[in-house]
Design a protein around this ligand. Structure first.
Ligand SMILES: Cc1cc2nc3c(=O)[nH]c(=O)nc-3n(C[C@H](O)[C@H](O)[C@H](O)COP(=O)(O)OP(=O)(O)OC[C@H]3O[C@@H](n4cnc5c(N)ncnc54)[C@H](O)[C@@H]3O)c2cc1C
Length: 410
């Protein structure tokens, strides 16, 4: 019996861990394109980018763990094709890796900035440890930084660059950064915080072109669709990520913005599973397929994949969760407000938005569907339980910070 896992990120590393932890005694091969031991990415835009955390801290396990658990870790090996008929993964050297079960954990990759000039030196994206090293060095050298995209990674990079004392502008397509995720009621919390830290937010703005500096080969600024020139010696393209589905597509697996899998994480070919950023999994709680591009999902889905391979019936039911750290603001979010982020009809705030110590709850028909805690700790499990219970909750009690969230909706 052999299980091959393709992708040495968090989801791949946790998959081999849960297989061994669950009693799997067969061969276990982990193919990892990057030369690094599997690592977690959140520090790459936070503590590691700011030079506060050593490289090793981001590792899922140290090197000896893989040998001790009899995992054949193949660093620097890229899976090039899946031969599903022969049950082989063919790597880029042509070598074949046979399997009874295959787990795709290929993650996602930055979407490219699709404008003229995007290939100039000084235009960068952030996904890997090497990217983070390069970005840190570029921030050190830069005077003015333009971040294209006001999502989580863009804002975290903006915070790091401001902390390093650089001039920073963030170009945001929408009315406010994060407004698609947080809605217009709550998005100002982040926008205000970044403005207070001196970020120049360019709203409802699109980048039309990256223009060179005097050298002709390096970025000197970006031109917005309205003709405004923002000078910059560093341009960070943070315009979202795309799932790495090419292998799955070529092999004929069902793919729709992610490898489509059931609640047991089985793809359209049942002995091929997918986990983490690349998986679009059926979520029993929501009755639809979700692709969740967050750490928590890559951390927890592997237990379900391992259970499926080991013949246990343990569907993945965990609610989507993510977190961010920007300047002195720490935030956790649990739940889901629909594919378009508009699946709520009421927002309840408990605490002080101005002081940025606040819990925000999104409701639909009187039930909590999502919640976010900002600089308020040890409440996220209570919010999760409120969402999971799906009961209507007294609005006044919900807004009253003196009533513990854990006592509501029982
Ligand atoms: C800079 C940054 C900051 C983040 N911060 C947060 C945060 O604060 N909070 C949060 O919730 N989430 C955060 N995330 C998201 C989180 O890191 C991802 O959800 C998580 O990394 C997904 O893990 P994964 O294992 O599915 O994919 P990945 O981490 O992308 O790993 C996939 C691995 O597979 C490899 N691979 C791909 N194709 C092949 C192939 N053909 N052969 C072999 N190997 C292959 C890739 O090289 C990669 O190493 C952040 C992401 C980034 C990039």
């Amino acid at each position: 019996m052999t299980v091959v896992v393709v992708g040495g990120g968090l989801a791949g590393a946790r998959t081999v861990e849960h297989l061994r932890g669950g009693g799997y005694e067969g061969r276990l091969v982990l193919l990892a394109q990057e030369p690094e031991l599997p690592y977690e990415r959140p520090p790459l835009s936070k503590g590691y980018l700011q030079g506060q955390e050593p490289r090793e801290h981001s590792r899922v396990h140290d090197e000896s763990w893989y040998a001790a658990h009899d995992v054949e870790l193949r660093l620097g090996v890229t899976a090039a094709e899946l031969d599903l008929g022969a049950r082989d993964v063919v790597d880029a050297t042509g070598a074949r890796h046979g399997f009874e079960h295959l787990v795709l954990a290929t993650g996602s990759q930055p979407r490219p900035l699709d404008v003229p000039g995007a290939a100039l030196d000084g235009v960068v994206t952030l996904r890997t440890l090497d990217d983070s090293d390069r970005l840190r060095a570029a921030i050190d050298r830069a005077r003015r930084v333009v971040v294209v995209g006001g999502g989580w990674i863009g804002l975290e990079v903006a915070a790091a660059a401001r902390t390093a004392g650089r001039e920073v502008a963030v170009v945001v397509r929408g009315a406010l950064p994060l407004d698609r995720v947080l809605g217009p009621e709550t998005a100002p919390l982040f926008a205000d915080m970044h403005r207070e830290h001196g970020v120049d937010l360019r709203l409802r703005a699109d980048v039309a072109e990256v223009v060179p500096d005097g050298s002709g080969s390096r970025a000197g600024g970006v031109v917005l669709a309205d003709g405004t020139l923002l000078e910059a010696d560093l341009v960070v393209a943070a315009v979202g990520a795309a799932p790495r589905t090419a292998l799955a597509e070529r092999a004929g697996l069902a793919v729709q913005d992610g490898v489509v899998v059931d609640q047991h994480l089985r793809s359209s070919v049942p002995h091929v599973l997918a986990v983490g950023d690349v998986a679009r999994a059926h979520h029993p709680f929501y009755g639809t397929h979700l692709r969740v591009e967050h750490w928590d999902n890559a951390q927890h889905q592997p237990a379900t994949a391992a259970a499926t391979i080991l013949g246990r019936d343990e569907p993945y039911t965990r609610l989507p969760y993510f977190y961010t750290d920007q300047h002195d603001l720490g935030m956790e979010y649990v739940g889901w407000t629909g594919h378009d982020g508009r699946g709520y009809d009421d927002v309840v705030v408990r605490g002080d938005v101005g002081a940025r110590e606040v819990v925000v709850l999104w409701l639909r028909a009187g039930r909590v569907v999502a919640g976010m805690n900002v600089n308020v700790w040890d409440v996220n499990d209570d919010i999760r339980a409120l969402v999971e219970r799906r009961v209507t909750v007294d609005r006044a009690a919900l807004a009253d910070a003196s009533v513990p969230l854990g006592e509501l909706g029982r």
